[in-house]
Ligand binder design. Structure first.
Ligand code: AP5
Length: 220
């Protein structure tokens, strides 16, 4: 009997550490990481009309319209690898309408992870964040500095990392509505701790979930 793969959602304010934790989660659990922000940045790179429109909103720290985002996420979740290995959805849904659209399409998470991080820490993280354009790895000048000078010299900063305050407002306006939809399966994680400690909390929650599944399938 093949086991049903895991379906995980992760949410949290800008720079709360979602991308960092997703990297650790996919390494251990083999899920397909579907990040709305990454899909949008890839679309911008192609130079398409949707990409150009999306960038206008992202530069202002506002949500990109649903007609662009919902379709993109849906197409990615429908690919065979996500269906087979399970998915880890990052940065979606960000509004009640996006959550409803996902539900209507039949995508249901097993667990909703909410990373809670204080505002001062978020600002510090966003200011120090750097990306390696070659490997896609996320660094922080203070908390996870690049390993070599060669990497340090090629690091870039994200185009929307200066609008931190605005993105926080957007987040606060939308988070409650999304949370109300998943409150039965939400686990709140203290995201202020080190990357390793935050992952230990998430890992614990996912392990418990898998054990509960095993116990309930054995008792059937
Ligand atoms: P998106 O790309 O999703 O950005 P975000 O939510 O603002 O989140 P970030 O990627 O900024 O942060 P993160 O939580 O992944 O943190 P990270 O791990 O990098 O969205 C961008 C834009 O796209 C949105 O503003 C919107 O316009 C649009 N968009 C996206 N989804 C959409 C949707 N569904 N609908 C409509 N529009 C949408 O960590 C941050 C830094 O902190 C790093 O430097 C990292 O090294 C460091 N760090 C991480 N964890 C720790 C730790 N525990 N201790 C110390 N440092 C840490």
């Amino acid at each position: 009997q093949t086991e049903e793969p895991l379906h995980v959602m992760i949410s949290g304010a800008p720079a709360s550490g979602k991308g960092t934790q997703c990297h650790l989660i996919t390494n251990k659990y083999g899920l397909v990481h579907v990040a709305a922000g990454d899909l949008l940045r890839a679309e911008i790179e192609t130079g398409s009309e949707n990409g150009k429109r999306a960038k206008e909103y992202m530069e202002k720290g506002q949500l990109v319209p649903d007609e662009i985002v919902v379709m993109m996420v849906k197409d990615r979740l429908l690919k065979p690898d996500s269906a087979e290995k399970g998915w880890l959805l990052d940065g979606y849904p960000r509004s009640l309408s996006q959550a409803t659209a996902l539900k209507e399409l039949g995508f249901k998470p097993d667990i909703f992870i909410l990373l809670e991080v204080s505002e001062d820490t978020l600002v510090e993280r966003v200011v120090g964040r750097r990306l390696d354009p070659v490997t896609g790895k996320i660094y922080h000048l203070k908390y996870s500095p690049p390993e070599t000078k060669e990497i340090a010299d090629r690091l870039t900063q994200r185009f929307d990392d200066t609008e931190e305050k605005l993105r926080l407002n957007t987040h606060h306006q939308n988070v409650e509505a999304v949370l109300s939809m998943y409150k039965d399966i939400t686990i709140k994680i203290n995201g202020n701790a080190s990357q390793k400690e935050v992952f230990a909390q998430i890992d614990g929650a996912l392990t418990t979930l898998l054990e509960q599944r095993k116990t309930s399938s054995e008792s059937m």
